[in-house]
Design a protein around this ligand. Sequence first.
Ligand SMILES: [Zn+2]
Length: 296
Amino acid sequence: MREVRWERMFPDELEAAFAACPVAYLAYGLCEPHGPQNAVGLDALKAHAIACETARQHGGIVAPPDYWHIHELGGYAVWAHNSVGQVERAWMTAVPPWIHFKNICYQLRAVDHLGFQAAILLTGHYGPNWQDLKTLVELVQPHVGARLYALPDFEANEPGFAGDGSSGDHAGKVETSLLWAVEPDCVDVSRLPDRDAAGPHFAMGGNAHESARRVGEQMVADEVAWLGAKAGELLEAYDSGRPEARLRTYEQVESLWDDVVGPAFREFITMQPRSADENVPVDSVWHANWPIPSRR
Ligand SMILES: [Zn+2]
């Protein structure tokens, strides 16, 4: 199988892959509760594996996956309080939005400065972070040469082979089946709780018992076809006449953050409470980082 993972490639392999198809894939997710039946890294394992299969079939290079992602504040804390509950350890690799999105700016600088003509940012972790990722990419696009597209992987999951039209869930039939297809060692259905046992089962989705590896394989194939077509569109849109648009220095990234992203950042959805009347009780393990800091 052709190697497409940046960190595992030799320089000559990277040069050949880049010459053939200058598309970068950046995959995001975090370790968080995904039911007793899934490895906690599901989101990034899924996004990275789908990106790798896309690159194998359609060309491109897959950047090292980013396992540090947004959680524990605002609506994410409310979700954790309800769906994970009072566990002693949730095994999360969480960072706040201002760390996550600034890191992405630096990742885009690396990609752009290398000369990639297109980059697809694929998040396997949901909640409102993907909407902010799209906003970030819109803000950054005028300042980089590479053509950018950001999405949650469920956007590419068309036509929604899960059978009920759903394209995304949390550790239910869709996500469990997808992980089963791409990383079979990371799904163990013998760990599923009894169907009528009271939850929450470490944030397991209600229809997880309906998961099936072959359903996952079909959904992976659908996502790969969608992403391959999107990469082709981005390459066609690339304008080789604007090489001056490249982000090169750390200083340029800091200015981009201060002048372009910063003024819009306070409006990012991950920086808002999910709704005004929701909170996390003081005695919850999810209370500490729930309030959105006002100084950001
Ligand atoms: Zn997930």
